[in-house]
Design a protein around this ligand. Structure first.
Ligand code: TYD
Ligand code: MG
Length: 420
């Protein structure tokens, strides 16, 4: 195949641009601390990484009805006490928003409202009023006249978000985009926007529960996986500042198949009860997880068989993380295994025991990040025994906590037997 040579004049063309773009060494660049604009809702600020950032763009997604508009209205009401804010609503009328503010008993008199879905008109208002914080609820309702595709289509959503983002970067206002969609959602929207924005937050948890979790999936300005915990009330979402005991169910008696895990969500340790039910299978054995990785369960069962001689091949295995919290970290492995074996043998684990640690294919138990913090949180909540990876064993004793460090899966079960 013949290739066309680049014209030799190429170098000349670029010569005229010399000096228009600057290259710097890293040492020359003085990073400035991002100024933060706290919303005053502590749990929301926590997931944001300390508050909103001027020019920063946040996408907040979640199922319809989970509380996105409520949370943002509360945040804007707080902010409007000292900065100028604009709530752009494409889903509800101004009256509906005002009614909601009334119902939540918010002091939101100064909050500016725009009921508009036309991007060009929105841009004009932004340029004219120059607010510091802008919410667009929701991005799926906004459309640009420049595009022929329908509002809510991928092309519209992407283009509108890109233009609104550009405007935020230029004028320096913080922008929050609301997107309807579950994390695994298929609707056009949030998923195609994740790379455009700086921060992606998702509501998670069960709609039926009275708690709401907001998790940071991406954050250029803070820790990823940070979790904000809220309780739903008649007056809106109220932050739960000490949620570590929230995901423990209250058993009067110790029950088989339950193990308390200390997980680390963002910057905060959380205690979560992991429950397993192992029961003889009729037909193909089923493996089901809620809030935990399903593929990992199959692997853990194989490790259990090979390295501890525990057979579940003819058993259904169900595993659940209590409270609708999603646990992504492998440090949950050990607690999952303990819960499974406890259910299989129908023997409760010792009361006041916690566990964490990743399990490897060779049956080894690997350390989890920030082990000390996890242990201290467990001790604080009154747990007395911790079965953990040897590499996480603290150098100094922790008051009230007996640490059982283990290196291998079979060893973990031995240590447990010694406790009985
Ligand atoms: P809403 O914020 O409208 O959900 P989204 O914007 O995600 O679709 O909340 C749905 C309904 O729940 C709404 O009627 C208000 C009510 N609600 C409360 O009464 N208290 C609360 O704390 C929350 C979050 C919602
Ligand atoms: Mg809404």
């Amino acid at each position: 195949m013949e290739t066309v040579a680049e014209p030799a004049a190429g170098a000349h063309r670029f010569a005229s641009l010399a000096g228009t773009a600057t290259v710097q060494t890293l040492a020359e660049i003085r990073p400035r601390a991002e100024p933060r604009l706290p919303t005053g809702l502590e749990e929301f600020d926590r997931v944001l990484g300390g508050g909103l950032v001027p020019g920063g763009v946040v996408l907040i997604g979640g199922d319809p009805g989970i509380g996105k508009s409520t949370l943002l209205l509360q945040a804007l009401a707080r902010l409007s006490e000292h900065v100028s804010t604009l709530y752009i609503t494409g889903e509800e009328s101004g009256e509906q928003v005002a009614l909601r503010a009334q119902r939540l008993q918010l002091d939101a008199g100064g909050l500016q409202l725009l009921a508009e879905i036309n991007l060009e008109k929105i841009s004009a208002v932004l340029a004219g009023t120059r607010p510091r914080v802008v919410v667009v609820d929701s991005i799926q309702t906004v459309y640009s006249e420049q595009l022929t595709s329908a509002p809510g289509s991928v092309a519209q959503v992407r283009e509108c978000a890109a233009q609104l983002t550009r405007a935020a970067k230029q004028s320096g206002h913080s922008l929050i985009l609301v997107g309807h969609v579950t994390k695994e959602g298929t609707l056009a929207g949030p998923r195609v926007l994740e790379h455009i924005v700086d921060t992606v937050l998702y509501f998670e948890g069960e709609t039926s529960s009275s708690f709401r979790l907001v998790r940071a999936f991406k954050n250029r300005y803070g820790a990823v996986n940070e979790l904000g915990v809220f309780a739903m009330t008649e007056r809106g979402l109220r932050g739960v500042s000490n949620p570590s005991a929230l995901f423990l169910s209250q058993h009067g008696q110790p029950v088989a198949g339950s193990c308390v895990l200390v997980t680390q969500e963002g910057t905060r340790p959380l205690l979560v009860e992991v429950q397993a039910l192992v029961d003889s299978a009729h037909g193909n054995p089923r493996r089901l997880t809620v809030g935990l990785d399903a593929a990992r369960l199959a692997m853990l069962l194989a490790v259990l068989h090979r390295h501890a001689g525990v057979v579940c091949a003819d058993q259904d295995v169900f595993v659940n993380a209590v409270g609708g919290v999603k646990i992504g970290e492998p440090a949950a492995d050990l607690a999952v295994l303990l819960a499974i074996v406890s259910s299989l043998r129908n023997r409760p684990l010792p009361q006041k025991l916690v566990a964490f640690g990743e399990v490897g294919l060779a049956g080894e138990i690997r350390p989890a990040p920030r082990g000390q913090e996890r242990l201290r949180e467990a001790a604080k909540l009154g747990f007395t025994h911790a079965l953990i990876p040897k590499a996480n064993a603290p150098k100094q004793a922790i008051d009230g906590l007996t640490v059982l460090p283990v290196e291998r899966v079979d060893e973990a079960f031995e240590r447990l037997r010694e406790l009985d």
